[in-house]
Design a protein around this ligand. Structure first.
Ligand code: SF4
Length: 189
């Protein structure tokens, strides 16, 4: 798919609504395209929608999303100023990890989305997003909060909020990473 084929996010979303490129298009309740400021300078990318997201059509609205909101609030970033999306636009059944072939089918939609939003900073939420966006052997425990420059984008990864729900000891690291993200964000706002 040509990432430049879409002129607006609405056009891209309408295309995704009809997508049946992988089997998740049949099993989903709603497409979870993404939400936020269409001209955001800061974009968060997770791996895939969960149950609450599938039911609402909005990313990061379940328990993990509420925790993400708390971290955004803690560093004074308004959720409506940023954009939040996932690599997969449809929920994998029982919240299993995305399959590589599903990511392969869906990744061009994310590329097109990033092109249209044109953020300066991209934050991968969790290991799976980081492995797809930063590098296949990304080690979230060792490398979270480290920034790399790729083209115009400043990219980093933080723990997925659901990992923080499983292991609250990681919350301290998450706060430090979010403070670093806020410092970079303040430079370009
Ligand atoms: S997950 Fe992506 S590729 Fe698969 S059906 Fe949904 S929009 Fe299409």
């Amino acid at each position: 798919m040509d990432c430049n084929a879409f002129l607006t996010l609405e056009e891209l979303k309408a295309h995704c609504e009809k997508c049946r490129e992988c089997s998740l298009g049949e099993s989903r309740t709603n497409l979870v395209f993404g939400t936020g400021n269409p001209k955001a300078k800061l974009m968060f990318i997770g791996e895939a929608p969960g149950e609450k997201e599938d039911l609402s059509g909005i990313p990061f609205v379940g328990a993990a999303g509420k925790l993400l909101d708390k971290f955004l609030f803690a560093v004074d970033i308004q959720r409506e100023d940023v954009y939040i999306a996932n690599i997969l636009k449809c929920r994998p059944p029982k919240n299993r990890d995305p399959k590589p072939e599903e990511e392969d089918k869906c990744i061009d939609f994310l590329r097109a989305q990033v092109k249209l939003i044109d953020p300066d900073i991209i934050v991968c939420l969790g290991r799976i997003a980081a492995m797809r966006i930063i590098k296949p052997d990304y080690k979230i425990t060792a490398e979270h909060g480290t920034f790399i420059k790729r083209g115009k984008y400043l990219i980093t990864a933080v723990y997925h909020p659901s990992a923080l729900l499983r292991d609250p000891r990681k919350k301290e690291d998450m706060l430090i990473d979010m403070q670093k993200i806020k410092a970079e964000y303040d430079k370009i706002k």
